[in-house]
Design a protein around this ligand. Structure first.
Ligand SMILES: O=C(O)CCC(=O)C(=O)O
Length: 346
């Protein structure tokens, strides 16, 4: 019989200040929904009309897809450039009179820096008029700041499962959004292609092709307007806009600045030491190619054992240790939460 994936609700915290965040969430390296943190007047102000007027006609590069589930494997989407106000109008409507592919195409904006090849995005530079409505939560040290990115999606838009190498505070300003996350420890069940999982349909995966996928523990939450989601570096995430939605995410460095690739503008290039280790591994695998298959198998297994004993953490996964009891999704959906602490809805 096919095993069901283990499901866990992302813990919900209310009345979180910097001290609670640093002590109870940041240290544990687990995702958490933070409700009630002040994000500024954007929550009331950012209607479609206001965004169009204040954001103006600055050009933005957007993803346009014929279906809401974007597929990076088969590149079922196009990149197109539109004035911001036109883009917002199209992302907010469900049927378009002007379109690139079809009347029902979906739109997604991940904003970029002024010089997209050299500079990370910063809402304060690209959209200063709108940025003054958004307060960046001050949970980190200013020198940890990396980028501040607009995320605007058509209703139904689903972004593939991927990881980033920076810590992330994803603020949902309008519209509801489902987010599914997987621990870095479950990487071996996710069929990775670089930083992305090849399993696009996470709700109904092809288990003949991806039999291991059910072994990945699924963390899930639905963000309401005003919620912040803390996504620690290396945690995989998949987003599904349940409505037209506007979000802003802020990436923060978790490691020292020199640990990161200087050319990284998206916050998703592996840290320098990790990239070097992966290159050395590729060279080691090439060396094994010189051996006959049974020797390659034997020395391959010895290498795996060495990696397991030297690099794997002996700590149990914090999410299990630190967050129990976590309500599983199979249980009731009603949530209660304790100010400044984990919710224990059961
Ligand atoms: O909210 C979204 O649309 C995607 C968010 C995301 O991938 C991120 O913040 O890294």
């Amino acid at each position: 019989m096919m095993q069901d994936p283990e499901k866990v609700t992302v813990p919900l915290f209310t009345a979180v200040d910097r001290e609670v965040f640093l002590r109870e969430i940041y240290q544990m390296r687990i995702p958490a929904v933070l409700r009630g943190v002040s994000l500024g007047p954007c929550l009331d102000k950012w209607t479609v009309d206001y965004l169009r007027e204040k954001g103006g006609d600055r050009e933005v590069k957007v993803h346009v897809s014929p279906v809401p589930q974007m597929d990076f494997l088969h590149k079922n989407f196009l990149y197109r450039t539109l004035p911001f106000d036109v883009f917002v109008q199209r992302a907010a409507e469900t049927k378009h009179s002007d379109f690139f592919i079809s009347e029902e195409e979906s739109y997604y904006l991940r904003s970029l820096g002024d010089d997209p090849r050299r500079e990370p995005a910063d809402l304060r530079k690209q959209f200063p008029g709108l940025a003054e409505d958004f307060s960046i939560p001050q949970f980190f040290e200013p020198e940890q700041f990396f980028s501040c990115v607009f995320r605007i999606s058509s209703c139904g838009l689903q972004l593939w499962t991927h990881y980033d190498v920076m810590d992330n505070l994803l603020a949902q300003v309008s519209g509801r959004k489902r987010v599914v996350l997987y621990s870095p420890r479950d990487a071996q069940h996710l069929y990775l292609s670089g930083d992305k999982s090849e399993v696009l349909d996470i709700d109904s995966p092809d288990l003949e092709r991806y039999p291991e996928f059910v072994k990945a523990r699924r963390y899930e939450c639905v963000l309401e307007p005003g919620d912040l989601l803390f996504i620690p570096a290396l945690w995989f995430h998949n987003t599904l806009a349940l409505q037209f939605g506007v979000g802003v995410n802020v990436f923060w460095r978790h490691l020292r600045a020199e640990s990161y690739d200087k050319k990284d503008i998206y916050g998703n290039k592996d840290p320098v030491a990790a990239a070097r280790a992966m290159q050395v591994l590729e060279r080691a695998l090439q060396a094994l190619e010189e051996l006959p298959p049974d020797y390659r198998d034997f020395y391959g297994r010895r290498m795996v054992l060495r990696i397991q004993s030297c690099a794997y953490s002996s700590e149990p996964e914090v999410a299990v240790q630190g967050c129990s009891p976590i309500k599983t999704l199979a249980a009731s959906n009603s949530e209660t939460s304790v100010p400044g602490s984990l919710s224990h809805p059961d």
